[in-house]
Ligand binder design. Structure first.
Ligand code: UDX
Length: 459
């Protein structure tokens, strides 16, 4: 960094890969603006991160990691969504964060926290001069949908929803909890809680970029000072590498880096379908078998990241059967895979990070949404941004192998009208993404403004 730090910030993420990644990238951006950052993880994930960070050469990371006691042992499942877990988590993390801030002198200028932990605002308010910045890991469109829902403008399970600044939405385009909230009530309530105190927060930060959601952003900005700071991906995947920045690849999983890159190197340009459903999605057994058959039937090469806990669902002898045409790994270095010239498209569950990463690198998409905000992201991928297709599922949510073959055919064919349009749009959005984060771009300006404000903050 060289120069004296102008502000000191604590950044807190819930222990989920899809939240840690963007918050870590944001931390690096803050550091590049001369801010000292301490990255707070829960004690149950802290050791995991540090172990892999060290193994991955990230010892030189220009920020420190401090564990907050969440009351759980290392290895506690990160997908625990019981009310008891959330209550204990809130109580312990609040206490532990308060103790940390009390012990700091001078106090931090701000706490940047995951929007899923809105109660951190109450901790900040105990310390005059500590600003509260809520960081939303989903897009503004999804945020706006929840806000309309919480205002009673439409009901759970409603089909055909008309909302300002959006195309007409079917029930199946809404975040899953609003259409099928029997799935997990505590998670639904947690998701809604992100918006309970948005009138009181000091900063409303969103991992998105302005050109992506122009109308919705306008609608949001009429009510809150929403600032896009994304896309939060390491600078080397955009045009300008930040001095000293690296993709530290900090992960809760072991990425099979060389295996993926060597295999991709052996394939022709644009010939590979990369398949991944993120860090949490769980496919039903029969869906996994059908997907495996569908991928095989596409005739294309494919690289499929199947988390260790999901591998038992693969058909017997599948790896032998697909031979050189397919590579199955438990965890990929996703950004490097997306940026590889052999990758022709990305079949994704449409998690917001995966979506944004593909958009920023200019990769066309096949959306197969599973949970949470993913159906809405898939709707926008197909009908608004027009950067891919969304698989059509039957009424029980099942996607056939024929449908997988159809979607792969549409997106992988670079010569068809659809294939050409999809690629053109993907490259156009990639340019916007790069501009947003380049020096003087919209997101960069928002980060600079955030830093300037917290440096002289006193509410
Ligand atoms: C979740 C939600 O799905 C998402 O919609 C929400 O907004 C954030 O949290 P997750 O389901 O894990 O996250 O998906 P995603 O948002 O796509 O995040 C996964 C991250 O893991 C991405 O940054 C991706 O690059 C990384 N990843 C995934 C790998 O590095 N390797 C893999 O093999 C798979």
């Amino acid at each position: 960094m060289g120069e004296e730090a102008i502000a000191n910030v604590l950044v807190f993420s819930v222990p989920i890969q899809g939240h840690i990644n963007p918050l870590l990238q944001f931390s690096k951006r803050l550091i590049s603006k001369n801010v000292t950052v301490t990255f707070l993880t829960t004690s149950s994930t802290h050791n995991n991160i540090i172990r892999r960070a060290t193994a991955g050469g990230a010892a030189a990371l220009p920020l420190s990691f401090v564990p907050l006691d969440d009351g759980f042992e290392e290895g506690h499942p990160s997908n625990d969504s019981s009310p008891e877990y959330f209550a204990k988590f809130e109580e312990n993390v609040s206490r532990s964060l308060s103790q940390l801030i009390s012990s700091m002198e001078p106090k931090p200028n701000a706490v940047v926290y995951d929007s899923c932990t809105p109660w951190i605002l109450d901790v900040c308010r105990k310390y005059p001069g500590v600003a509260a910045a809520s960081f939303f890991t989903q897009c503004s469109t999804v945020n706006a949908i929840y806000i309309h829902f919480l205002r009673g403008e439409f009901k759970e399970f409603q089909d055909d929803v008309i909302l300002p600044a959006m195309p007409p939405l079917k029930g199946s385009d809404l975040p899953v909890f609003l259409y099928d909230n029997n799935l997990c009530r505590p998670l639904f309530e947690l998701t809604c809680s992100q918006f309970k105190n948005v009138d009181d927060i000091d900063f409303f930060l969103v991992n998105s970029f302005d050109e992506l959601e122009v109308e919705v952003l306008e609608w949001m900005k009429n009510q809150w000072p929403v600032k896009n700071i994304g896309p939060m991906i390491p600078s080397m995947y955009l045009d300008k590498r930040l001095a000293g920045d690296k993709d530290y690849g900090i992960s809760l999983f072991n990425a099979q880096v060389n295996e993926c890159l060597d295999w991709l190197d052996s394939k022709p340009p644009g010939s590979v379908i990369y398949v991944s459903f993120g860090s949490l999605a769980v496919l039903k057994d029969d869906q996994m078998i059908e997907l495996a058959a569908g991928l095989k039937q596409t005739g294309h090469n494919f690289l499929w990241a199947v988390r260790e806990t999901e591998t038992k669902k693969l058909p017997n002898n599948y790896i032998e059967e697909i031979g050189e045409r397919g590579l199955i790994v438990n965890w990929s270095p996703q950004l490097q895979v997306l940026a590889h010239k052999s990758t022709g498209c990305f079949m994704t569950h449409c998690g917001w990070n995966s979506t944004l990463e593909a958009l920023s690198i200019g990769v066309a998409l096949i959306g197969m949404p599973a949970y949470s905000d993913q159906p809405t992201n898939a709707k926008f991928i197909e009908d608004v941004w027009k950067v891919g297709v969304r698989v059509k599922a039957d009424k029980d949510g099942f996607v056939t192998k024929e449908e997988i073959v159809r979607c792969a055919g549409e997106v992988m064919d670079e010569t068809s009208e659809k294939g050409k349009e999809t690629r053109k749009n993907a490259l156009r959005l990639m340019e916007f993404a790069k501009e947003a984060l380049a020096e003087g771009g919209n997101s960069d300006k928002n980060i600079v403004e955030f830093v300037a404000k917290i440096a002289s903050w006193f509410w």
